[in-house]
Design a protein around this ligand. Structure first.
Ligand SMILES: C[S@@+](CC[C@H](N)C(=O)[O-])C[C@H]1O[C@@H](n2cnc3c(N)ncnc32)[C@H](O)[C@@H]1O
Length: 388
């Protein structure tokens, strides 16, 4: 997590800004349209066959990431024999693996049999800001794939496959498997590096003074907000194991003096004394009653004038577009009845926990739901268990 290569992009400078929202939306729309046109050029069976082999793609690209093939090839070209010698793999098996990847456009296979990096394999190198290598490895990890292998039972019961296969939640599993947790945290860091500049620009953080990032991971977003909004101080709140890598991240970004790290569980308590509470991609990990419980714990830490900001990949029930629906099924399999939610569903959770939605700030890949505590919400804080 904190090796030199992994610190890539974590300087005192802000992360690069994304293009304007309308450009992102337009490009994504155009890509979808072109892919649909491309699919129409061949019989539908061919398209379905390709989709059905997605598991092979996951495992092939996962192996390339795990073996650091893109790093080993570097700017030159290498045979599978030389790569096999460096990675302790079988030369023929590796050649066939990389040839299959090359048919997907990942690595070039040269006429002399050597492999070269190309536009799609470059992001698999270590130390890239978006940490695609970590994300690919997480997705192809044995624990994630084993959970997906039990998908049929999830479809019947609606319950998390991960919890069924491993007898524990993914978070408890990570406690006992710190390497996998570090990999997941780095994968999340990559996603957050992409979103953080837009979150920092989209919301009026000038109105907040002390911000608590609840379940804030290793501090990627909070560090960006502190860099871009110099008046802010912050509190990072997460499991103790996750916070281990946060101190060096804040130090590397030059904001360590404006942040406090507090370990703990948001099922029990959340630090008080902040006027802003942020939960980014936390609620999508949990079922509705658990979300209400987390929000109620936050509410108890808040004063009447503090605000709660939810950042989620808002996913409308009848809209099959964007990353939301795919992220949603990953939550269904890996998390405790986690799901992506619509704006109305998130608003219902907020109301059940004693909040009023003040405003929604929309961006192409996420929305920020800005809410305030209802003054007349009962001291008992409602009953999360009966939320349906
Ligand atoms: C999907 S990650 C999101 C991380 C971060 N907010 C981001 O968007 O990059 C969910 C986070 O919730 C944290 N988490 C899970 N259970 C928690 C608990 N009981 N108390 C505090 N944090 C918890 C995890 O450690 C993880 O960092």
């Amino acid at each position: 997590m904190t090796s030199e290569a992994d610190q890539e992009g974590l300087s005192t400078h802000p992360f690069p800004d994304a293009p304007p929202g309308f450009v992102i939306r337009g490009v994504l729309w155009l890509r979808r349209a072109l892919l649909r046109v491309a699919d129409r050029l061949v019989p539908p069976d061919v398209v379905l066959f390709e989709h059905a082999t997605g598991l092979a793609g996951t495992m092939l690209i996962g192996a390339a990431a795990r073996l650091r093939l893109a790093d080993l090839i570097g700017d030159g070209a290498r045979t599978s024999a030389s790569l096999a010698a460096l990675t302790g793999t079988d030369s023929d098996a590796l050649h066939r693996t990389m040839r299959a990847l090359a048919t997907k456009g990942i690595f070039d296979l040269l006429p002399d049999g050597r492999f070269r990096n190309n536009r799609l394999s470059e992001p698999l190198k270590s130390g890239k800001p978006w940490r695609t290598r970590a994300w690919v490895q997480y997705f192809a990890s044995r624990s994630n794939v084993a959970a997906w292998a039990d998908f049929d039972q999830t479809l019947i019961s609606g319950d998390s496959a991960f919890a069924r296969v491993y007898g524990q939640s993914i978070w408890t599993y990570f406690d006992a498997h710190p390497e996998e947790r570090a990999q997941f945290a780095e994968a999340m860091m990559g996603l957050t590096i992409r979103d953080a500049p837009m979150i920092a620009r989209r919301y009026p953080f000038g109105e907040v003074h002390r911000l608590c990032d609840v379940g804030g991971g290793c501090g990627t977003l909070l560090s960006e907000l502190l860099i871009r909004h110099r008046h802010l101080t912050g509190v990072l709140y997460d499991n103790p194991g996750v916070l281990k890598s946060a101190a060096s991240l804040f130090a590397g970004r030059g904001v360590a003096d404006r942040v406090t790290l507090i370990p703990g569980s948001f099922f029990e308590t959340v630090p008080s004394g902040c006027d802003g509470y942020l939960l980014k991609h936390v609620l999508h990990d949990w079922d509705d009653p658990t979300c209400v419980r987390i929000l109620q714990v936050c509410r108890r830490a808040m004063t009447g004038t503090s605000r709660l900001l939810l950042v989620e990949t808002v996913t409308e029930r009848h809209a099959p577009t964007g990353m939301g629906p795919l992220s949603d099924v990953q939550m269904m399999v890996a998390c405790d009845k986690g799901r992506e939610r619509s704006e109305a569903e998130l608003t219902r959770l907020l109301m059940a926990a004693g909040f009023r939605l003040a405003r929604v700030y929309r961006a192409p890949t996420f929305s920020i739901l800005d809410s305030r505590p209802e003054p007349d919400y009962g001291a008992s804080g409602g009953d999360a268990a009966t939320f349906h």
